[in-house]
Ligand binder design. Structure first.
Ligand SMILES: *Cc1c(COP(=O)(O)O)cnc(C)c1O
Length: 463
């Protein structure tokens, strides 16, 4: 009998498609008009003018038939909805946090947490900043300090856990300010701004030991915790045979609480929560949620949203789901690498990050290379990406621009939405833009909002 030798077996999506949403195909002339009207900001494009939407993986997930069925089980009581208790059960079972505060999305939880835990002048170390997280810390009077390892700021460093915390940086902060000034360390899983890079269990365990010694809490930004767990399973010694669910549970057990944007890993279109083990903080958060979000058993969500979230949390931890999800991201990343496109390496969990400084070395950072590149990709093919560079980094309290080392264009892949053929089309478009990169000049900013400027800023091309 002939032996078949299959070196590497392909993965495939662990689902089949039951309903489709039609896409509109536009002409280059239409796209040029659309991007000009949007002030060369992909956030200001109309969704219907976009062909493949890689703006974000936030709230763009395709829900399963089980989740859609869950929507019909919404208990829309003002207080004590059945769906709240189902969500509480899921958070306890899969993440292990004792107390739950639902919120309308991640930043709702960040707002409440920051108000409960930060006093003016406090220092909040974090493994790289995230836009809304840092802003809520600052609005509460806190000062963010980046404690991610240096490797994270180098787009080509092959470190397998570029999301790791540099313990020496944390110790230096403790020495300088005293542990009393540091209410908690904010630890993100698969660090978004570093290119979707994971933190290891080993690093988190060492951080736990250090913070325990000083009475400092660890708050997890668990937005992409399942994706982080996949990298631990693939890369960290001793975890190859552990399930994603077991690894996620272990990550959470090393922390004191978490903020969650369920719009990412938890496979819903809206929702979030604050999970916390400390009863005193929980009680204060429960008071505040009524002010900012809604009663503590719905937190700004419909009952049906909480039901979909409870189901999504469980589905997000299936090993075959996460392997296919990240498999698709890696497929696209490798296609881009084959075309010689400079991307952040190793390839991250939720998307591909193009290094715009290397892609457009002739465009200075003050002329927004990543913003200009995102606009050029849209004009080429209708693929919508987003800037993660100087525009996203915003300004310091003293008005100066932050100048991030990484100037990136993010291609974020929505979960369970696009096929491998879509990935091929995206790669071909970016390769085409790369061949014509010399034609891309920079931009100037003509309108700048005060907060989170990347969402609404407007630009015009340099002439
Ligand atoms: C999206 C996100 C948030 C904020 O959550 P929202 O649901 O968008 O409010 C916080 N942290 C990280 C890492 C995120 O990706």
């Amino acid at each position: 009998m002939a032996k078949t030798t299959l070196k590497k077996r392909s993965w495939a999506e662990p689902f089949k498609i039951k309903m489709v949403e039609l896409l509109k195909i536009t002409t280059p002339e239409q796209r040029l008009a659309s991007i000009a009207q949007a002030g060369f900001n992909t956030f200001l494009l109309k969704s219907e003018d976009v062909y493949i939407d890689l703006l974000t993986d936030s709230g763009t997930n395709a829900m399963s038939d089980r989740q859609w069925a869950g929507l019909m089980l919404g208990d829309e009581a003002y207080a004590g909805s059945r769906n709240y208790y189902n969500l509480e059960k899921a958070v306890k079972k899969f993440y292990g946090y004792k107390y739950l505060i639902p919120t309308h999305q991640g930043r709702g939880a960040e707002n409440i947490l920051s108000k409960c835990m930060i006093k003016p002048g406090d220092i909040i170390p974090g493994n790289m900043y995230f836009t809304t997280t840092r802003l809520h810390q600052e609005l509460a009077g806190g000062i963010f300090e980046d404690v991610i390892i240096d490797e994270a700021h180098d787009s080509l460093n092959p470190h397998p856990f570029k999301g790791n915390v540099d313990l020496a940086k944390v110790e230096a902060l403790i020495k300088k300010h005293g542990a009393k000034k540091i209410p908690y360390i904010c630890v993100a899983t698969t660090v978004n701004m570093a290119g979707g890079q994971p933190i290891s269990i080993e690093n988190l365990t060492a951080l736990r030991t250090l913070t325990k010694k000083h009475g400092i809490k660890i708050i997890l930004d668990m937005t992409r915790v399942a994706e982080n767990a996949y990298f631990i399973q693939q890369r960290e010694k001793g975890y190859a045979n552990q399930s994603i669910a077991a690894i996620v549970h272990q990550i959470c057990s090393l922390t004191d609480g978490a903020t969650m944007s369920a719009k990412k890993d938890a496979l819903v279109n809206i929702g979030g929560f604050l999970g916390i083990n400390d009863k005193t903080i929980f009680e204060e958060a429960r008071n505040l949620v009524v002010v900012y979000e809604g009663l503590h058993t719905y937190g700004g969500l419909a009952g049906r949203d909480m039901e979909a979230m409870a189901i999504g949390i469980e589905e997000s931890l299936h090993d075959d789901h996460i392997a296919a999800r990240i498999g698709q991201v890696i497929y696209l990343g490798e296609k881009l690498q084959e075309a010689g496109i400079p991307i952040v390496e190793p390839i991250g969990g939720h998307g591909i990050f193009i290094d715009a400084k290397k892609f457009l070395p002739h465009v200075p950072q003050d002329n927004f290379p990543a913003q200009a590149l995102a606009a050029a990709i849209y004009v080429d093919s209708g693929v919508r990406t987003m800037e993660r560079g100087i525009v996203s980094a915003g300004r310091k309290a003293n008005g100066e621009n932050y100048y991030p080392k990484l100037e990136l264009v993010r291609l974020t892949i929505p979960r369970r939405v696009y096929t491998q053929a879509h990935m091929d089309v995206i790669a071909e478009s970016i390769a085409h833009v790369y061949e014509n990169r010399k034609k891309i000049k920079g931009l100037t900013m003509i309108y700048e909002p005060k907060y989170l400027r990347f969402f609404q800023a407007r630009f015009k091309p340099l002439s």
